[in-house]
Design a protein around this ligand. Structure first.
Ligand code: HEM
Length: 586
């Protein structure tokens, strides 16, 4: 009798017991075959049990998702009015319950997409305001984070911090500048984490400097700091100037045909080319080719994947479960593209012994470090290079866009900046030199005033690594609590900046800055976890603006937004209605 006829059908196996396998009908089968049969049957049974367990897991996940969806529909963030930590002192041990670690995974915080920041909560009617003012309200069901913090910040006279809830998760919003200084600088050892979602297994690019905490963050930050010295900036200066020249050449052709241009898009293409060149050593050429792979993947990175809200809530409330479910921080195609690009770049440079003294070079040195402890894997290199790319291109293009908008509205300021540029360049033989750029102090003040009014990153994130007793109170912020520093609100505080909607670069003169609290301007954060790329970001912003203001005049037109509504889907401050300006050649 062959084995085939001795194997029971699927149905038989359901009911057969182990002892059945030795019944007389099979007794003639060789012992080895019987053993095999028993083993296969056991394996089948174990698999069936596993399958049933998985089905139950999936069912319970569906239940969680249904529950989350219900919570989203009824979502209301508890505002200071009805539940605060700071204004309702509680016994030290119960001040703020310990939350789980929150979610965001973008290079810079993305309040409304990858973060736990509110969206879809209470809406507000926009107040009627004239041009040259900003509104964070958009009269839609989705609220920008900056608007949400307006109400919280109003309580700054009552306490140094306010407690809010995101669903069940407590969040601390510090509003007193002294406390903020403690958090960012003086007591940094208690607040060195950002508490972001990292899933290195499914998504190696999520383990970058912005999202890593503890020793791993410290290791990478220390290793990469020499990349951003002023000496390195000077070295990269000509590369950026060359990109700016190509930018102007392309714009010349376009301005010949049309004068009303969407500046947000153009400036995004410029900064993509700059960072692509300095971080990857690749000519992205998105100025001439808006569909270049770098531009496309850069944009995709910022697109919200479907079910983003549910995903983010899960990441926030239960990061461990999110990791078990293989929830990624980034889209797979974006990860694959950047991993592949870095792999090819590293291989090419190593094979051809190419040195460019750019970001990529320093990362490659860390890959070849002979000390195993100091070595970065290819995935880790790719994570940092991609971070520079994402951190660098949108922040700087946001500042440039809002700066040109304000200069279009304030023609006298535009003229003053242009005069400074022309005069200083004339004193450097008509050339743009690094030293000349450093001498353009009014341009620097204008950029800083833009960042005051429109901080590209509207809030800073920290997470407590140990219980923290808030000075001069009986309050304790428990270990693991997430903190949001409301940068946009501080920058619009009339007690710090009188008439905050007025665009006035003089506010940023060294004399005026000296008279303010050091935490009054936080566009690049502060303390050991501040923006490592500040020098680079400022340099590319300046070079881009110099090239543009020297060659073109900017004015508003009928398509220019009357007031700025921030796009609630974007973490980096962006005008929801775009930014069309009238551009004419000088
Ligand atoms: C105008 C442009 C830029 C602005 C306004 C900006 C703003 C910021 C802010 C507010 C933070 C958080 C700081 C904190 O939490 O205290 C940050 C962090 C960071 N930025 Fe930027 N940034 C800009 C450009 C860049 C560029 C060009 C790069 C890289 C090439 C970069 C790389 C980073 C990195 C790596 C961090 C994380 C630092 C850490 O956690 O140790 N940024 N940036």
């Amino acid at each position: 009798m062959g084995l085939e006829s001795s194997v029971p059908s699927e149905d038989d196996s359901e009911y057969a017991t182990d002892s059945d396998s030795s019944t007389s009908s099979r007794a003639s089968a060789p012992a080895a075959e019987i053993q095999d049969f028993v083993r296969v049957k056991k394996e089948k049974r174990a698999l069936a049990t596993k399958l049933r367990a998985k089905e139950m897991e999936v069912e319970s996940l569906h239940a969680i998702i249904r529950d989350l969806q219900q919570q989203i529909n009824a979502m209301k963030l508890t505002t200071p009015g009805n539940r605060t930590a700071a204004t309702t002192p509680a016994p030290r041990t119960t001040t703020i319950p310990r939350p789980s670690i929150p979610a965001p995974q973008a290079a810079h915080p993305r309040p409304s997409s990858n973060n736990t920041a509110p969206s879809g909560s209470q809406t507000r009617q926009p107040t009627s305001i004239s041009r040259n003012t900003t509104s964070t309200s958009n009269n839609t069901s989705r609220q920008h984070f900056t608007e949400f913090t307006v109400d919280i910040y109003k309580r700054k006279g009552e306490a140094s911090f306010v407690g809010i809830y995101f669903l069940t998760k407590p969040i601390v919003v510090p509003v007193g500048l002294d406390l903020i200084q403690n958090i960012l600088v003086k007591d940094f050892s208690s607040f060195h984490a950002r508490g972001m979602y990292v899933n290195e297994v499914d998504d190696p690019l999520s383990a970058h400097m912005f999202s890593l905490d503890g020793e791993r963050w410290k290791f990478i930050r220390t290793k990469l700091s020499p990349t951003f010295t002023s000496g390195k900036m000077k070295y990269m200066f000509p590369t950026i100037v060359a990109v700016a020249e190509r930018f102007v050449a392309t714009l010349d052709d376009i301005v010949d045909r049309e004068s009303e241009l969407e500046m947000n898009d153009f400036l995004g293409r410029f900064t993509t080319d700059v960072i692509g060149s300095c971080a990857f050593g690749i000519e992205c050429n998105s100025m001439n080719n808006p569909n270049s792979a770098f531009r496309q993947y850069g944009k995709k990175f910022l697109d919200e994947p479907s079910l983003a809200l549910i995903r983010n809530i899960l990441i926030t409330l239960s990061p461990d479960l999110a990791r078990k479910l293989h929830i990624r921080a980034l889209r797979k195609d974006v990860t694959d593209f950047f991993l592949d690009t870095v792999r090819k770049t590293v291989a090419y440079r190593k094979e051809n012994d190419i040195q460019r003294n750019d970001f990529m070079d320093l990362l490659i040195q860390m890959n070849t470090d002979t000390n195993e402890d100091g070595k970065l894997t290819l995935e880790q290199i790719a994570a940092q290079a991609s971070l520079f790319f994402f951190a660098g291109f949108e922040t700087s293009s946001s500042v440039m866009t809002f700066c040109l908008y304000e200069l279009a509205l304030n023609q006298n300021i535009q003229e003053k900046v242009r005069q400074e540029i022309t005069q200083i360049m004339a004193s450097h033989n008509g050339e743009l030199t690094y030293e000349g750029m450093q001498q353009m102090t009014y341009l620097e003040m204008t950029i800083n005033e833009t960042l005051r009014k429109y901080p590209s990153v509207p809030f800073l994130m920290r997470s407590t690594v140990r219980d923290y007793s808030v000075p001069d109170t009986n309050m304790v912020i428990e270990k693991g609590t997430l903190l949001f520093v409301p940068v946009h609100s501080i920058h619009h505080d009339p007690e710090i900046y009188p008439n905050p909607e007025l665009f006035d670069p003089e506010r940023m003169s060294p004399e005026q800055i000296k008279g303010r609290h050091p935490m009054s301007f936080l566009a690049f954060g502060d303390g050991p976890r501040n923006c490592i790329g500040m020098r680079f970001g400022k340099m590319q912003t300046k070079i881009g603006l110099i090239a543009l203001l020297k060659n073109y005049h900017f004015a508003t037109c009928s398509k220019t937004p009357n007031r700025i509504i921030f796009d609630p889907k974007k973490g980096i401050l962006t005008s929801k209605d775009g930014m069309v300006l009238d551009v004419t050649k000088i």
